[in-house]
Design a protein. Sequence first.
Length: 116
Amino acid sequence: MKFKAGDIIRVYSEVNCKEYITAVKYARDNEVEDVAGRLWFLNYSLHKIELYEPKAGDICIFWNNHSKAYRISKFKQVAYGKNKEGLFKDMQGNYFENCVPYITQTLDELIEKLNA
């Protein structure tokens, strides 16, 4: 799988049984460096690296296009049904057009974008 700078990835490391959600700083053929400076090798069997897709219970930043407001909440599901298809739903039952994992860098970039 090819990654690019700015992608949000989920890395599960079997070495320390820990999961990381982070942004890609740069990606080469066999390795990815995240914004925290950690180097992940794509062909290393003890790391599972995939593009981030929210899972129930993940803490995320939610917002709608054309709005300067955002919300930090737990992700519940991708919505379905009439007029809700493809929207992200938080645990409180609110629907949003956008959802990214809550990491400090992402929040800083979002605030800068919303205030532009």
